[in-house]
Design a protein around this ligand. Sequence first.
Ligand SMILES: *Cc1c(COP(=O)(O)O)cnc(C)c1O
Length: 223
Amino acid sequence: MTSQQLRERISTTISQLPSSVRLIAVTKTVPAEIIRIAYAAGIRDFGENRIQETALKQAELEDLPDITWHLIGNLQSNKAKKALQLFQWIHSVDSLAIAQRLNSLAAELKVSPQICLQVKILPDPTKFGWNPSQLLNDLPALNDCNNLQFQGLMTISPLGLNDNQILDVFNATKNLAKEVKLRNFINMPMTELSMGMSGDYHLAIDAGATMVRLGTILFGSRS
Ligand SMILES: *Cc1c(COP(=O)(O)O)cnc(C)c1O
């Protein structure tokens, strides 16, 4: 893809998003030079799933000051500290244990990261995340993690669903976020819904997504 084509894809995609929806450009496997083109086209939010890859890219892009980096992939406990140094947002917090670890490291590093809690509405052995009842059980303990700012929920729709089923998953995620909000935990604004990838973001937006995570539709398929 030429840089002209990339710019066109980005502006077409942005023009189709409601202004209330934040576009996270997912740049896993995409080299820093391409990120630079996306930045020039106006993108400021980038999503990555690997710590080491992100550290290398950030070093190459040091001169671009106002990027917000979003971790969208599973986080292991031994990489939690590095994650807090690299990312302002973590969309993939998927257990009480990792939340508590991030919370104590955040105090040490004097940061207060923006967090989405990853949920899975349908059982899906290939995905991480809380099921709804586990999440509701863990809320009081999560709320005690007061260095973390719990901004919302994140979900990935399982493979192999039709459009109606995908929409059901996204609507159920929205309803779960409402249920969490109703409990009025002080530390949980819970206004964000991080849902929708290249194949299903229109459905996610129909269901109320506030953040979509798009890779392929912007950068082409990953090899
Ligand atoms: C890779 C990835 C995306 C982007 O997927 P595309 O289908 O390329 O848009 C979004 N979210 C997560 C969690 C991902 O791992």
